[in-house]
Design a protein around this ligand. Sequence first.
Ligand SMILES: Cc1cc2nc3c(=O)[nH]c(=O)nc-3n(C[C@H](O)[C@H](O)[C@H](O)COP(=O)(O)OP(=O)(O)OC[C@H]3O[C@@H](n4cnc5c(N)ncnc54)[C@H](O)[C@@H]3O)c2cc1C
Length: 592
Amino acid sequence: MPFVFQKNCVKKKLCFKKRLKLTAMQEKYDYIIIGAGSAGCVLANRLSEDPNNKVLLVEAGGPDKNRYIHIPAGCAKLHKTEVDWGFETEPQEHILNRKLYLPRGKTLGGCSSTNYMAYVRGNKEDYNDWAALGNEGWTYEEVLPYFKKSEHNEDIKNDYHEQGGPLNVGFSKTFNTPYGQIFIDACKEAGFKENKDYNGAEQAGAGFFQNTIKKGKRDSAAVAFLNPVKNRKNLTILTHTLTKKVIIENEVAVGIEILKGSNSEVIRCNQEVIISAGSFNSPQILMLSGIGDKAELQEHGIDCIKELPGVGKNLQDHLMYFLGGSTKKQDAQNHHLTIPNQVLDLANYMLRKKGALTMGPLESVAFGSTELSPNRVDYQFHFAALNMGENSESDLYDINTLPTTDGVSVLPTLLRPKSRGYVKLRSNKVQDKVIIQPNFLEAEEDRKVLLEAGKKAIEILKTKAFSEVIDKHYQPITNYSDEALTQHFLENIETVFHPVGTCKMGQDDMAVVDERLRVKGIANLRVIDASIMPQIVSGNTNAPTIMIGEKGAAMILQDAQSTTTKEEATADLLTDLNTLRLTNKEKMNRED
Ligand SMILES: Cc1cc2nc3c(=O)[nH]c(=O)nc-3n(C[C@H](O)[C@H](O)[C@H](O)COP(=O)(O)OP(=O)(O)OC[C@H]3O[C@@H](n4cnc5c(N)ncnc54)[C@H](O)[C@@H]3O)c2cc1C
């Protein structure tokens, strides 16, 4: 049942809620944003800053009330729940035909409410590459101000960081195991340099993760960008509301059709519709609206309004697997999984906002290069002081299957995959999840990077720093062969939940949006979320998506300003012409 969250209406009576709900449907908005995820929340905040803009934010999921959202360690308990879309891939030919699970947040905040809270911007060259593809305005130098605009960095004060923005970023001060530092020491032993700010001057090296956590609580995009402004009179938030399609008349977006129970309703807008439904659902909404590959749309009986064959194509994601072992001491994270320890941790959390619950599983990180890319990082190590189990019996998405004896894991992660996949409609119904075919590891180079990164991870796990604390290395670490390591990663590999690229920005025939994120050939329609990345960034994707939201909002406001100015200029010109005409007439009359 759709529920309107506006002007403190939660506290009011149901009949008042119903009245507001009707009002929301009947209103005409300036901007309609589809999807309250990382990008959507930023857009809702920035576009409603001007009280003259009437903004509607439409979210398929509910309010972010699940308590595990806000307790950082609770992220492990959100998989396959009501706040997760729970997608999965088609069988992956190059990964033993496995279907990989793809979690996606379905609540206010989207994935930023369910993610692991690592704050990573990627590599400067990622953005310079986007600009080199013809996307003016997207060099690193040009996007940096938008990263900084969002940020309140608790710890780092330099040219790359900012204080005072809505999104809290910082190192963990409330919980650390000894292994975060041991991992950094081990990396140094294996030839990495220490890097205290991988979001700064240089990305390569090993250091502690920066996190989007504030005083022991998750700082999602909803908490940081939506909560402080949700009572603005010009902002309406509809939750539990699925957008079916965008209404397009004469190649202009004029509103959206939403699903309310089994009934459809139309909401209209004056200015722009912005799709921010994430990399799987944004292309779905475009296709259901008649924008995409003509033949594919026809297969589902959808009239093609605008042929854009790139919609849903160019899907890219990061992949990771784990290597590790058990530790001699019980001072990592697994022993916190026992019931008595969970009770103690909860008490510590409730009373002091301290302890194991104030952190996600990720403690430290390293970025490195294989010989395939000597001058630019091509892999990442996520490090967790967590024993992922010995025999592939643990399900990473069900913490009840993890051992309760402590251990550590290094997760080699493919950062710049060459394989490309696609998202396709399963049917012409928005309720039917799209078909997701990432073609993981189709490119030989992707396997090589994973193998080389795995070998380096093994070297790290065998350093003096780790040897002193590890009790037993799990296979295939001791006397491994390339074949054994490859088999291990094929059996265990998972995505890092960073799908991007399915509505790519660019100038070529497969581009879906231009450099101002406007859908090609349709006026008043933009896509603003992770799906617009032409190439995946070399790092976790939440911070880059928030930056895209910031830059997208700024472009919308600039364009509205210049349209107003153009309209004003035309009006001025017409007045001038009329005056001139009158003066000429008067002159002629006088001459007569
Ligand atoms: C489990 C997990 C862990 C992750 N860990 C990290 C991490 O530690 N660090 C990091 O940087 N990144 C991480 N990520 C990735 C990062 O969070 C995402 O890349 C980013 O949040 C994507 O933002 P988005 O705005 O593109 O989409 P989303 O945040 O997915 O937002 C899309 C929103 O649109 C809504 N929606 C979809 N369809 C419709 C519709 N038809 N009608 C109305 N609403 C709709 C969705 O419910 C959702 O709220 C993780 C992701 C996951 C899932």
